[in-house]
Design a binder for this molecule. Structure first.
Ligand code: KDG
Length: 323
């Protein structure tokens, strides 16, 4: 089946610590893979949306692992290319009492060498929806050129863009390129803290004035998300979640929101599906958690506001209080 969504970006090998604490004290690490855009592709595939990932990996074991893991997660990797000269990037997660830190080992990586030649890929050329993020724009000049070219798209292709502000990647680059990139997309996802850091405001009307181009801005806050469309604004609270580890939750939210959009859900249900997919990732230590089974998703999407407000997501499952 041809993918409905192609997610473009860098996917890296990931080392997840066996237990919290400074890296020098961690006895061992679990090997996984992650990258914001391929996390979205995995989240979409888990929700039943045909999804592909396009990017570059090195001709090494980490690269083979990335392709194997994504394919096992139901992601089409035919548009992925193998770089004979550069290594697959790596990040190491450090977890502690004040949250998680990502340590990147990705300078000069295969993933950072993506560029406009990817536009010739038939999977990408045919995709009705392309998902991008601000991470790719920070990786290299060629990755920024590809991002710009994908946003200068044919009229029938929808582009979603998650700001994904990663200050560590912008130290030697100019982040002012981000606002016009966001404004050229159709669906923009951004966290309130990221919006404040990059655009100087997290206030929906002010963001709309700065970004008049997209059909929808989805603003994520700690306990709610707001869709700002040309027809008005819809806000939906998040369910309660017993958080284990937050990295990857924004990508899962994007996958849920996009899946809801592709299914023609109402704005409220799109936001709920985003919250549910994010919650499933918040309750696991890695970058992606399996979404709830479809019958439960359906029940939660149509739950009353009281029943939705009484929902708690835990690693052991979802609890809906009687309403
Ligand atoms: O959103 C999760 C990502 O931050 C993680 O998978 C690593 O892609 C990554 C990045 O560049 O930070």
């Amino acid at each position: 089946m041809e993918p409905t969504v192609v997610c473009v970006g860098e996917t890296m090998a990931v080392l997840l610590p066996e237990r919290p604490g400074p890296l020098e004290d961690v006895p061992s690490f679990r090997h996984s893979c992650g990258g914001a855009e391929s996390n979205v592709a995995r989240g979409l595939a888990a929700l039943g949306v045909p999804a592909a990932w396009a990017g570059r990996v090195g001709a090494d074991g980490f690269g083979r692992r990335v392709l194997r893991e994504l394919a096992a997660g139901g992601v089409d990797v035919r548009a992925a290319t193998i770089d004979p000269d550069r290594p697959t990037g790596l990040y190491v997660k450090e977890t502690g009492p004040s949250g998680s830190v990502l340590h990147y080992y990705r300078d000069g990586s295969a993933g950072s060498a993506i560029g406009p030649e990817l536009l010739d890929d038939p999977t990408l050329a045919a995709a009705p929806l392309v998902h991008l993020s601000g991470i790719t724009a920070a990786l290299s000049d060629s990755a920024l050129a590809l991002t710009r070219a994908l946003l200068a798209r044919p009229r029938d292709r929808v582009v979603s863009f998650d700001l994904n502000w990663r200050p560590a990647l912008w130290r030697r680059r100019d982040p002012s390129v981000l606002r016009p990139l966001l404004d050229a997309a159709d669906i923009v996802l951004l966290g309130a803290d990221e919006a404040a850091a990059v655009l100087g405001t997290a206030e929906p009307d002010a963001l709309r004035a700065l970004l008049p181009g997209p059909s929808v801005l989805v603003l994520k806050e700690a306990h709610r998300a707001t869709a700002v469309t040309r027809d008005g604004t819809v806000t939906e609270p998040a369910p309660r979640v017993d958080v284990v580890e937050p990295i990857g939750a924004g990508d899962a939210f994007a996958a849920g929101y996009l899946a809801g959009t592709l299914r023609g859900h109402t704005p409220q249900r799109r936001l709920r599906l985003g919250h549910l997919a994010a919650a499933a990732t918040l309750v696991v230590p890695g970058d992606h958690g399996p979404p709830p089974p479809p019958h439960m998703v359906d029940a939660l999407l149509s739950a009353s506001p009281d029943a939705w407000a009484g929902t708690t997501v835990r690693a052991s499952g979802i609890v809906m209080e009687d309403s």
